[in-house]
Design a protein around this ligand. Structure first.
Ligand SMILES: CC(C)(COP(=O)(O)OP(=O)(O)OC[C@H]1O[C@@H](n2cnc3c(N)ncnc32)[C@H](O)[C@@H]1OP(=O)(O)O)[C@@H](O)C(=O)NCCC(=O)NCCS
Length: 187
């Protein structure tokens, strides 16, 4: 099995998490504004949870279930967020998920990381479809999806229960042919 590759963009490095990142993950993901709009991040973010989560990454990568990246600023090595692909290789598709620490919002970091992981997903895993889901109220997240070239494909009504309340999720996706067509237009 090839080691999880490190990815690079203009301003960012995407690298695997290390257990030594746990404190930083807890600090950033522990902000209630992250839990509010994500589907799986709890609040409060208990001690030990980040290490437990990081310790699942290697097996998940090796079993082709998911691939998780720490988003790190080039040069300073500051960890600012997370991006992942949850893989369903039998259907050649993956769901992208992400969060960025609150102090780093609105600087285009998520868009930059997301473009890279889409490229990686299509190239490395030969995916046919990459999709993402966001709460209808999570404008920042669906702006990211639009900026990376994903198309709105509908709203899944009351798809999840968040804090006891049914919530609608917007669904976005990009297909392999759309991705490669967009590259040829850029040339
Ligand atoms: C969603 C999230 C990842 C975006 O990260 P980010 O690095 O700030 O994203 P970017 O800077 O690349 O792009 C955000 C875009 O949304 C826009 N935006 C954010 N909030 C907005 C709002 N309330 N109304 C209108 N636009 C908004 C920004 O202006 C920007 O668009 P622009 O470049 O056209 O101006 C970040 O806010 C986050 O981590 N939120 C909490 C966790 C989460 O919701 N994760 C996604 C779950 S689906």
């Amino acid at each position: 099995m090839e080691k999880q590759p490190i990815l690079e963009t203009n301003r960012l490095i995407l690298r695997p998490f290390n257990l030594s990142d746990a404190k930083r993950v807890q600090e950033l993901a522990g902000d209630s504004r992250i839990a509010e709009t994500t589907l799986h991040i709890p609040h409060p973010y208990e001690d030990g949870l980040a290490a437990l989560w990081i310790s699942t990454h290697k097996d998940n990568y090796e079993n082709g279930k998911s691939i998780n990246y720490a988003i790190v600023i080039k040069g300073t090595e500051e960890l600012i967020g997370e991006i992942s692909l949850v893989l369903k290789l039998i259907h050649r598709k993956a769901e992208v998920g992400y969060w960025i620490g609150v102090p780093y919002w609105g600087k285009g970091y998520c868009t930059e990381a997301c473009k890279k992981i889409i490229e990686f997903g299509f190239e490395r895993y030969n995916l046919n479809r990459i999709y993402a889901l966001a709460m209808v109220t999570n404008i920042g997240s669906w702006r990211v999806m639009e900026k990376v070239g994903m198309k709105y494909e509908g709203t899944r009504r009351q798809d999840i229960i968040k804090n006891g309340v049914p919530v609608d999720l917007k669904s976005y996706s990009i297909l392999r042919e759309e991705y490669y067509n967009s590259l040829s237009k850029e040339e």
